[in-house]
Design a protein around this ligand. Structure first.
Ligand code: ATP
Ligand code: MG
Length: 401
């Protein structure tokens, strides 16, 4: 025996009323994109308020693992389809139950849509329950809080049996909440910020400010590797790599040290806004968290924010560092983020950045220097690299360590 399909239930999406059709279509699309490369035989079908992934012989647990990364899914269960025949149903129920070797208690809930099926629901619960008790050890029935609820649906075409609920990734299907441009450094925070936005249904593009030769190719590769991890939740992500050296050097030379960090961030925002606008993207996302470092005070955010009126989403603003680290470990970005390669900010970082910059001062210092040409160079020299989830990580660079 084997599982035929994976039943997909979507919790939070279901409350979205009129948008529901759109959400379902996106979820179906995202599932197809996620599975079609790796598991060529799978098919995704919608049926009333749920979806099924038909396995067609693909490995059930491997497919399940991939489905668990798709946002917009509340829970998932394996399903077995059998003939409407008592023994077949019993065997399938036992098989489905045994998928979870830890389960100590269960209950059986049957529904008989096909009223011509000769056994009533209660009676079927009882008979199937008896079969499971007879073929397991140390297992008991608990109708109130069972470890596993075995559900049997006797429909016109066949009987369908599901057991254990696997947790889905939650959130909304990627693409249902618009797009955002993620400012992605090589650090711990920005990939987590990107993940959280994707979970809310946002399709990301990423932007990275790169300052060769002060920052190496490896620092850039690190950003691609981080993007690849994020792409696992949303198929593919474009990374805009901005040549930032010229601007950074000019800032370094012309802006008082205490304000160089603030002005650099303002430049990043100006360039990000231009690129977002050109791509039809309506917001930016950063990994800023209040009070984490000198550049992330309320004053600093206010001063940086002055240069754009696009929304800047800061999903980590109120989060503790340890919680951010927990998420980064869960999404496999932590080990990449903690590789030692420097990023552009650590190199030009002033010894004592102003923790309480003001708009007035920032404007004053900027007004003494004309950055137009450097900003245009940066925007025009930006390269777009498309990162796909399923491409293997190529380390093109010699190992220096
Ligand atoms: P992270 O862990 O994401 O690097 P951080 O705690 O180091 O964040 P900062 O260095 O102050 O904080 O950066 C704040 C935010 O600015 C980052 O989360 C990121 O969104 C953005 N950022 C910083 N450096 C770059 C860069 N080189 N390219 C793109 N975005 C950047
Ligand atoms: Mg950083």
């Amino acid at each position: 025996m084997n599982f035929d399909s994976i039943l997909i239930r979507y919790g939070e999406m279901a409350i979205k009323g009129k948008n529901r059709k759109y959400f379902e279509r996106k979820l179906q699309d995202n599932l197809i994109k996620k599975l079609s490369q790796q598991f060529k035989h799978t098919r995704v079908r919608k049926q009333r308020d749920r979806m099924y992934v038909l396995l067609n012989g693909e490995d059930p647990h491997k497919v399940m693992q991939e489905c668990q990364k798709v946002f917009g899914i509340h829970t998932l269960s394996f399903a077995v389809k059998v003939e409407k025949e008592e023994q077949a149903i019993k065997d399938a129920a036992l098989y489905a139950f045994q998928d979870d070797p830890e389960a100590g208690t269960f209950k059986v809930s049957s529904r008989r849509a096909d009223k011509s099926f000769p056994i009533g629901s209660q009676d079927l619960n009882y008979r199937v329950g008896g079969h499971i008790l007879a073929h397991t050890e140390g297992v008991t029935v608990d109708v109130h809080q069972p470890d596993v609820e075995i559900k049997i649906e006797v429909r016109n075409d066949a009987a369908y049996i599901t057991a254990q609920d696997y947790p889905g990734a939650g959130g909304f299907p990627v693409g249902t909440s618009g797009q955002s441009l993620l400012l992605l450094s090589g650090g711990i925070d920005s990939p987590v910020a990107g993940y959280l936005m994707m979970k809310r249904g946002v399709q990301l593009e990423a932007i990275h400010f790169h300052s060769p030769p002060f920052t190496s190719e490896r620092a850039k590769q690190k950003v691609f590797d981080l993007t690849r991890e994020l792409a696992k939740y949303g198929h593919r992500i474009n990374v805009h790599v901005v040549p930032f050296t010229e601007l950074q050097q000019k800032i370094h030379q012309q802006i008082p040290e205490g304000y160089s960090m603030t002005v650099m961030r303002r430049m990043m925002m100006r360039i990000s806004e231009k690129i977002a606008e050109a791509r039809g993207i309506l917001s930016m996302t950063t990994g800023e968290s209040l009070g984490q470092v000198a550049s992330q005070t309320m004053e600093s955010m206010n001063t940086i924010n002055e240069v754009t009126n696009f929304p800047i989403l800061r999903p980590l603003a109120a989060m503790d560092k340890l919680d951010i680290i927990d998420i980064s470990k869960k999404i496999n970005t932590y080990t990449i983020s903690t590789l030692p390669y420097e990023d552009c900010c650590t190199i030009f970082v002033p010894k004592a950045p102003k923790t309480k910059p003001t708009r007035t001062n920032a404007n004053y210092y900027e007004s003494n220097v004309d950055f137009t040409e450097e900003i245009n160079h940066a925007v025009n020299g930006t390269q777009i690299v498309e990162i796909k989830a399923d491409e293997k990580v190529e380390n093109e660079f010699e190992d220096l360590f």
